[in-house]
Design a protein around this ligand. Structure first.
Ligand SMILES: Nc1nc2c(ncn2[C@@H]2O[C@H](COP(=O)(O)OP(=O)(O)O)[C@@H](O)[C@H]2O)c(=O)[nH]1
Ligand SMILES: [Mg+2]
Length: 213
């Protein structure tokens, strides 16, 4: 019976996710569901991206967090529209939450919405919010075993950002084996190595965005 309940919840979520997707398409807004562990660098990546691409892409951010508005406050400083969703302890965003947040945005004025999901390598990957693509940030401080341990999020993501490359030498993270595992899980995944601190590799992420949105 428990399985049946879960199926119903997912069924309802998927219905609203499709409605979101249809609306975003009508409004010609590209939506990225940005996922990854707490502390992997999702908000840092957003801050860098906004600062660099704000003149080329009209962007807004939807921030998902358990309780606070700390990330939304960081984004607000860059003068783009930002909506904070608090999940009140929930481990992921769902389609109805994103629908409500999108109602507060002027979709006609936007090219791109990036949704920063709740920090977690498991639940966010299971819930479609109506995005065009999912992207995952994996910090090299998390260990190179994470793709194989949490395969779904990497399978679902069009792009994997291997962040904090500036401190690679202080870790035992093996880039080659992480790349190999990622490609085994998802042969078409695009892998981009970045540092949000030094900006190394970020040009490849910007190029990906400009070619994809
Ligand atoms: N050394 C280093 N630190 C980073 C990098 N990206 C983010 N950080 C730091 O990692 C911490 C978590 O970053 P944050 O963007 O809040 O991660 P989020 O929880 O995924 O949104 C902060 O202290 C950032 O300054 C990076 O590329 N290199
Ligand atoms: Mg964050």
């Amino acid at each position: 019976m428990k399985v049946e309940v879960m199926k119903n919840i997912l069924g309802e979520n998927d219905k609203i996710a499709e409605e979101n997707r249809k609306l975003f398409k009508e409004k010609k807004v590209f939506v990225i569901n940005l996922m990854g562990s707490p502390g992997s660098g999702k908000t840092s990546l957003l801050e860098r991206t906004i600062a660099n691409l704000k003149d080329k892409l009209k962007m807004a951010v939807i921030e998902g967090d358990l309780f606070t508005a700390k990330d939304a406050e960081r984004i607000e400083r860059h003068n783009v529209p930002v909506i904070q969703i608090n999940t009140a302890g929930g481990c992921h965003l769902d389609a109805p939450m994103v629908k409500r947040a999108a109602e507060s945005l002027d979709l006609d004025a936007l090219d791109l919405i990036i949704v920063e999901n709740v920090g977690n390598l498991v639940c966010p990957a299971e819930f479609d919010v109506g995005e065009n693509i999912k992207a995952v940030v994996l910090s090299i401080t998390e260990g190179d075993d994470k793709p194989l341990k949490y395969p779904l999020i990497f399978k679902e993501s069009a792009v994997a950002i291997l962040n904090k490359i500036d401190i690679l030498k202080f870790t035992n993270f093996n880039l080659e084996s992480a790349r190999e595992d990622l490609t085994t899980i998802h042969p078409d995944i695009k892998i981009i190595e970045t540092s949000c601190t030094t900006a190394e590799g970020l040009d490849k992420w910007y190029e990906f965005l400009l070619n994809t949105v």
